[in-house]
Write a protein that binds this ligand. Structure first.
Ligand code: MN
Length: 255
């Protein structure tokens, strides 16, 4: 089995190397990852600049682009066609609405767009973080996926509790199958002035405490449990689609 890895924390990130080591007994591991941190770049795809590739070790490539760029290059140029793409282990959670901003999740989504099974994996980050449990859960998922084929266009979004949420009474190998929850952040715009008197901004605040409904990814990790959420690429709101024929659009006819 050919396994392609990427991430959004950069080719030198600890989470990536732990993942590469742990999955190496399942097949041939290739790494195509950004040459620097690209967290929170979502599904950005580089179309107006060249992409430079640096082969840092056999089967390991650093790319001057985003995770989506890396997966595209890995699939169609740099590596044998992968049987599986894994993106991570991200240094920090990707829960709920994070999936729309996350470069880690986008790397997995890019693979799923090309009908390649994909897993995104993230872990709460902080002093004393141990990526081992996240790598072990992905290893078990990959093995299980060999006998339970996932439908095309599926991404498994995996999150593991980090040091702030690990509980001594919860075994590290316990996890939940979950749905996406919510992750709220303090809304913050920090306006500053540069040395030439021009205003500039930092946007986005820290995560905000939230009541996590049971069954969600955020509930799981905040309870000290691993979380595995299946995502589909079909963003259609099927319930709303079924109600839209009641709308009358002046001058237009719905067929
Ligand atoms: Mn990241």
């Amino acid at each position: 089995m050919n396994i392609l890895l990427t991430n959004d924390d950069g080719v030198r990130a600890d989470g990536l190397s732990v993942l590469a080591s742990r999955l190496s007994d399942l097949g041939t591991v290739y790494v195509v990852a950004p040459d620097r941190e690209r967290s929170c770049t979502g599904h950005a795809f580089t179309m107006h600049d060249p992409l430079r590739v640096d082969r840092v070790a056999p089967g390991w490539y650093a790319v001057s682009g985003t995770p989506a760029d890396c997966v595209y290059l890995g699939i169609f140029e740099l590596c044998p066609t992968p049987d599986l793409v894994v993106s991570g282990i991200n240094h920090g959670y990707n829960l709920g609405s994070d999936v729309f901003y996350s470069g880690t999740v986008a790397g997995a989504v890019e693979a799923a767009l090309h009908d390649i099974p994909a897993i995104a994996v993230s872990m709460g980050y902080g002093p004393g973080v141990d990526f081992g449990p996240a790598a072990a859960l992905v290893h078990a998922l990959v093995r299980a996926a060999q006998s339970h084929r996932l439908p095309e266009g599926t991404v498994l979004n995996v999150n593991l509790p980090g040091p702030a949420h690990v509980r001594p009474e919860v075994p590290r190998h316990h996890f939940m199958w979950t749905r996406l929850g919510q992750r709220d952040y303090h809304k913050r715009v920090d306006s500053r002035t540069d040395p030439r008197g021009v205003t500039y901004y930092w946007i986005g605040g820290p995560p905000q405490a939230n009541d996590d409904p049971p069954g969600t990814d955020a509930f799981a990790v905040h309870s000290g449990l691993g979380s595995v959420t299946p995502l589909t690429l079909d963003l259609t709101h099927h319930d709303v689609l079924s109600t839209l024929p009641t709308w009358q659009l002046t001058g237009f006819t719905a067929i």
